[in-house]
Design a protein around this ligand. Structure first.
Ligand SMILES: Cc1cc2nc3c(=O)[nH]c(=O)nc-3n(C[C@H](O)[C@H](O)[C@H](O)COP(=O)(O)O)c2cc1C
Length: 167
C-alpha cells in the first residue's frame, strides 16, 4: 500500500489497496461471522517521500468496504530511517486514531506511549479511540491493566490469587 515502496508495474502497483483487499476478503471468508477482523495500519510513513494520512485514509476506506471491522492505528514501520517520525511523546499516535475514527465511522484502537493510565483514560473518555493498546508498558508491568484500573477508579478486584500481592 506504500507508493514509495511498492514499485510494481502490474495491477498490484496500480491499485495500492488491491493486495490488502484480497487478503481481507479471503480472511473474512473463513472467519466466524461474529468475530471482528482487526487490522493494524500505519497512518503515515516516516521515510522521506512516504505517504501521509490522506493516502492511508483512502486505502482504509477500501479495506473497510472489504470487511475490516476495527482499525488498529500505528505509524511508520518501514524498517528504514526517516525524518517524518512524530516526536516520542505520550499519545503521539492518538491524532491518527481519531482521524481514522472520524473518517471511517468504525471502532479504532490507539497505540503508542499510552502506558500512563491518565493518558490512556483520557484517550478513551475524549472519544479519540474506542480501545487502547499498550506494548512496552505491558513488558515493564504485566499487571499494567490491574494497576491502571486501580489508579483511575481508586480500587480494583484482582483474581483472588493475586489480591495479597497487588499494590
Ligand atoms: C518487543 C516489541 C515487539 C513489537 N512487535 C510488533 C509487531 O510485530 N508488529 C507491530 O505492528 N508492532 C510491533 N511492535 C510495536 C507495538 O505494537 C507498539 O505499536 C509500539 O511499541 C508503541 O506502543 P507502546 O508505546 O505501548 O510500546 C512491537 C513493540 C515491541 C516493544
Amino acid at each position: 500500500m506504500s507508493p514509495s515502496i511498492n514499485n510494481r508495474k502490474d495491477e498490484y502497483g496500480e491499485d495500492l489497496s488491491k493486495f490488502g483487499v484480497e487478503v481481507i476478503r479471503s480472511v473474512k471468508s473463513v472467519m466466524p461471522e461474529d468475530m471482528p477482523l482487526i487490522m493494524r495500519m500505519s497512518a503515515i510513513e516516516y521515510i522521506d517521500g512516504g505517504y501521509g494520512l490522506e493516502h492511508s485514509l483512502r486505502i482504509a476506506e477500501k479495506f473497510k468496504e472489504a470487511g475490516v471491522d476495527i482499525f488498529h492505528v500505528s505509524s511508520g514501520g518501514e524498517g528504514v530511517p526517516g525524518t517524518l517520525k512524530p516526536g516520542n511523546y505520550p499519545g503521539y499516535q492518538v491524532p491518527f486514531a481519531r482521524a481514522f475514527k472520524e473518517k471511517l465511522g468504525i471502532p479504532v484502537i490507539a497505540v503508542g506511549m499510552l502506558d500512563n493510565p491518565q493518558v490512556a483514560e483520557a484517550t478513551l473518555s475524549n472519544h479519540d479511540a474506542d480501545l487502547i493498546a499498550v506494548a512496552r508498558g505491558m513488558l515493564n508491568d504485566p499487571y499494567w491493566s490491574i494497576h491502571a484500573i486501580k489508579e483511575i477508579t481508586g480500587s480494583v478486584n484482582p483474581p483472588s490469587q493475586y489480591s495479597r500481592g497487588i499494590r
